[in-house]
Ligand binder design. Structure first.
Ligand code: PLP
Length: 376
């Protein structure tokens, strides 16, 4: 064993995938309703995506950010239009944690403060400030704990206003819909109240759309259900459909200057080609409409299963709540029914994050498998 052993793993070795299907080294087919932690958006090995990446690496895969990169510019242009933020600018990096790290840093540069408001059960990544803003002390090392972060209950406007009134808050970071924490989300009243209060106090509002973005919620970003405009929006996961890429969308009120942010790999030719292809597929195949149609069908079928006590989330970012820990259920689903699903820090929640391109038939297969696993 030469790998640093930090992941509890299922004994399955995928070697091939297409759309929402995955095959292991023994030829067994699986239905992927988890997308490797919500990463697969356009579908595994989509032919247009494969073509875009293959052609790009055959030309030039990487050069640094000190030369012109028209693919990066095309990506920024397409992303700001597709997401409804035409006047925002894009900074590219390599992962979700890195996106949040840069967003928090930008906020601090902006108003010169350093205290962060985050929310109970939040997950923002595993690096320095991102992990400090994550509500899970077991993954925060003493080195990271030096950041000033206060965790408030979601949807408690009064607690929020009391904290903001202290006058030392730099930024507020909140997920569009909580992912790892278990699919809880702010109400429209809450999102609107915090957005308005941040604006008045010159506190930077960061929307972490790393898991809930890129169409997964049924809108491009989950916060767009609440009619607010954050100052900074962070992206990763579905953005590259498996190719590592992250980014932050930045409001025009922030002025860029040379060296303010930077990275070696972020936005390289290959990553940009992958992300551009994902946006094209989402648009060409109307995947956001598909999310809404299939998400509704999924909820309808889920509602007919007596063991499902509650359905959380939106679009194809869903959680099925049971009255028992789902660890064994997930094992039955993967080993007996050959279906990938996810868990959350809420132990009785089965997390569903399939590719955005799934069909009604895929949903039928999922529920047949779920019913079998519940009976077994
Ligand atoms: C909401 C949210 N933010 C940030 C991250 C961190 O992303 P990454 O693992 O790419 O660093 C995750 C990952 O699960 C996430 O769900």
């Amino acid at each position: 064993m030469s790998l640093f052993n930090v992941y509890p793993i299922y004994n399955i070795t995928p070697v091939k995938a297409l759309g929402a299907k995955v095959w292991d080294d023994k030829g067994q087919e699986y239905l992927d309703f988890y997308g490797g932690h919500g990463v697969i958006s356009a579908g595994h090995s989509h032919p247009d995506y494969v073509k875009a990446i293959t052609e790009q690496v055959g030309k030039i895969g990487f050069y640094s950010n000190s030369i012109q990169n028209p693919i990066q510019e095309a990506l920024a242009d397409k992303l700001v239009k597709a997401s409804g933020y035409p006047d925002y600018t894009l900074f590219l990096c390599n992962s979700g944690a890195e996106a949040n790290e840069n967003a928090l840093k930008l906020a601090s540069f902006h108003n010169g403060k350093k205290k962060v408001i985050a929310f109970k059960k939040a997950f923002h990544g595993r690096t320095s400030a991102a992990v400090a803003a994550t509500d899970n002390p077991s993954i925060v090392a003493p080195l990271n704990a030096g950041h000033e972060v206060v965790f408030l209950p979601l949807n408690d406007i009064e607690a929020f206003n009391i904290e903001l009134a202290k006058g030392d808050i730099c930024t507020v970071i909140i997920e569009g819909i909580q992912g790892v924490g278990g699919l809880d989300q702010g109400t429209t009243e809450f999102f609107q109240a915090i957005a308005a209060a941040c604006k008045t106090a010159d506190v930077v509002l960061i929307l972490d759309e790393i898991q809930s973005g890129y169409g997964r919620s049924g809108k491009f970003f989950a916060h767009q259900y609440h009619d607010i405009k954050p100052d900074v929006i962070t992206l990763a996961k579905g953005m590259g459909n498996g190719f590592p890429i992250g980014g932050i969308l930045i409001s025009p009120k922030f002025k860029a200057s040379y060296g303010l942010l930077g990275t070696t790999f972020g936005g390289n030719h290959l990553a940009s080609a992958a992300a551009l292809s994902v946006l094209e597929i989402i648009e060409n195949e109307n995947l956001i409409d598909n999310v809404n149609t299939i998400g509704t069908y999924f909820k309808e079928l889920a509602g007919q299963i007596p063991e499902v006590k509650n359905i959380k989330g939106r679009g194809l970012m869903l959680g099925l709540e049971f009255d028992f820990d789902v660890t064994e259920l997930r094992k039955k689903l993967i080993y007996d029914e050959h279906i990938f699903t996810g868990n959350a820090s809420q132990k009785n929640l089965l997390r569903i994050l399939p590719p955005l391109s799934i069909t009604n038939e895929d949903v039928d297969v999922f529920f047949t498998g779920l019913k079998n696993a519940l009976k077994a």
